[in-house]
Design a protein around this ligand. Structure first.
Ligand code: PMT
Length: 497
């Protein structure tokens, strides 16, 4: 495997890399490797490179990228990615981590993981499976953790007080890294034939898995099934990452994430500080509406709900009490959000009105501006020789405008979107004014942009203060960025009061 020699980079690039690495709490080599991994992963999806994407990765936009098996939003990833947590060592100070190392070549990365956890004030107990001990020695682990390393279920020293139960309960969190395909299979099926797997059955603590294996093993239907079972059982799964494998000439998805990424996930899961939007109520609309022509036909659009659902999820993870009013979409409901399912614009308005009062209202739904004046009770029949039926349209209620211009009960922050195919800024500004919104997030929805229904979005945030240009990013990242702005807005407001 080729190694990266930082020395050979030019001075300016070296400096830039040093600053980025420091900001992200990584070594320069790690930062460079991550950039390459990300570049490769992003090649097809045309995501802005980190250099273009503005602020350094913060926990608010933490990119933990489990591979979605279904092509749909990965709820576990959402839970981690959407979390708003502070950086900093204070979260892990005094916390106990039980690290279970299973047998894979990536086991060597645990040494770095342990070092970083200890730097942050955590104490670490380690369990090694028999096959892990083929890759890494209890001696090196013990030296780094300053604790004894546990390997044996039937140890005479530990089992006098049922040591496996004690180990599983003492810790604040259990991290399995690397988690092999074999260990995941054992866990998914509840096998307990050694110390590590017995602990997993006996624990009542959060469990974070960081899988690492050959890409074909990761893609294998049985591993996919097992992963789904484990996610359904409430385990947190991060990674694997994409890149070159230890096996010569092999690359793909299966690499253990970098130790710092696993540390950040642990920080998010153990962060019990108050959430920035705790105590606030939010309403989000998402998806398209369907306006019936007759019992089988309707007018609608290509909105998938991805952007609105990502925002609802991110708000919930920031502590807000969220009502999501969703038109018909095929993506799952986000976790920790009350979802009201509607079909038409009229129903959407009724659901929004019923959810008031709120502190924040965000209108992401692509609401049909018009609906057929009359929806036929029976399917409209095609009769020989007759002209095509004319559909008379009437205007739908403008939900954003009705909330933005409320005199009483108006949410403190009303945010609309503007879906435009031309004159983005001009039309966005006009909507800001006309609809009484505080901010308009204007996005280009022409077919070429692929925003409607796609995974990426490019936002121009328009307010009376001016225009902010956001780089192209995944819709979850757009959501994280919006939450950061919302938190700033309320912080500023409370200072001004
Ligand atoms: O769902 P995705 O596939 O992820 O795609 C996301 C998106 C492209 C739908 C989203 O980013 C977006 O642009 N949403 C706004 C869609 C829209 O209807 O825009 P508009 O410019 O027509 O409306 C302006 C604003 O008024 C929007 O906030 C809209 O929700 C709101 N509106 C419009 C009409 C209406 N009758 N009631 C409304 O509340």
């Amino acid at each position: 495997m080729a190694s990266i020699t930082i020395r050979n980079l030019n001075g300016k690039t070296k400096k830039w890399l040093r600053v980025r690495a420091a900001q992200n709490g990584r070594s320069m080599e790690e930062e460079a490797r991550l950039l390459f991994d990300q570049l490769q992963a992003d090649e097809n999806s045309n995501i802005a490179t980190p250099a273009e994407s503005g602020p350094p990765i913060s926990n608010a936009s933490l990119q933990i990228e489990p591979v979605s098996m279904t092509g749909q939003t990965d709820e576990v990833a959402e839970r981690l990615r959407g979390s708003i947590a502070g950086t900093g060592s204070e979260i892990l100070a005094g916390k106990q981590v039980l690290l279970v190392i299973t047998g894979g070549i990536a086991a060597y990365k645990c040494l770095e993981f342990i070092r970083r956890l200890r730097d942050r004030g955590a104490s670490i107990k380690t369990v090694l499976t028999k096959s892990a001990a083929e890759f890494i020695t209890p001696l090196s682990i013990g030296a780094l953790t300053a604790e004894r390393v546990y390997c044996d279920l039937f140890s005479r020293d530990d089992e006098h007080d049922v040591g496996h139960i004690r180990l599983s309960r003492e810790a604040d969190i259990i991290v399995v890294a690397p988690a092999t395909a074999n260990f995941m299979a054992k866990m998914a099926h509840g096998l307990a034939d050694d110390l590590a797997s017995t602990i997993m059955l006996a624990t009542n603590k959060p469990v974070l898995l960081a899988p690492a294996m050959n890409p074909l093993m990761w893609q294998h239907p049985s591993t996919r099934r097992n992963r789904q079972i484990l996610a359904n059982d409430g385990l947190y799964i991060i990674g694997p990452g994409t890149g070159e494998m230890a096996e010569s000439g092999e690359s793909g998805t299966g690499r253990l994430l970098e130790p710092i990424e696993i540390v950040k996930a642990v920080e998010i899961l153990l962060d019990d500080r108050p959430k920035p939007l705790a105590g606030m109520r939010a309403i989000v609309t998402s998806g398209p509406t369907r306006e019936a022509i007759d019992p089988v036909r309707y007018l609608s659009n290509h909105s998938s709900g991805k952007q609105g659902h990502a925002i609802a999820s991110a708000l919930a993870h920031a502590g807000a009490d969220v009502t999501l009013v969703s038109g018909p979409v095929s993506i799952p409901d986000p976790e920790y959000v009350s979802v009201v399912h509607v079909e038409t614009a009229v129903e959407m308005k009724q659901a929004v009105d019923a959810a008031l009062p709120a502190d924040i209202a965000i209108f992401v739904a692509a609401v049909a501006d018009w609906r057929p004046a009359n929806s036929a009770d029976d399917k409209i029949k095609k009769a020989k020789g007759e002209d095509a039926p004319a559909i008379t349209l009437i205007e739908n209620p403008d939900i954003l405008k009705s909330i933005g211009t409320l005199n009483e009960n108006r949410p403190a922050l009303v945010i609309g979107f503007a879906a435009e195919t031309r004159n983005l800024i001009k039309n966005g500004r006009a909507k800001l004014k006309r609809k009484g919104a505080d901010w308009i997030l204007a996005n280009d929805v022409s077919a070429d942009a692929g925003v409607m229904g796609g995974d990426l979005n490019t936002i121009r945030l328009i307010s009376i203060d001016g225009i902010e240009e956001w780089p192209t990013a995944k819709k979850q990242q757009v959501a994280s960025r919006l939450i950061t702005k919302i938190v700033e807005f309320f912080e500023k407001e409370s200072i001004e009061i």
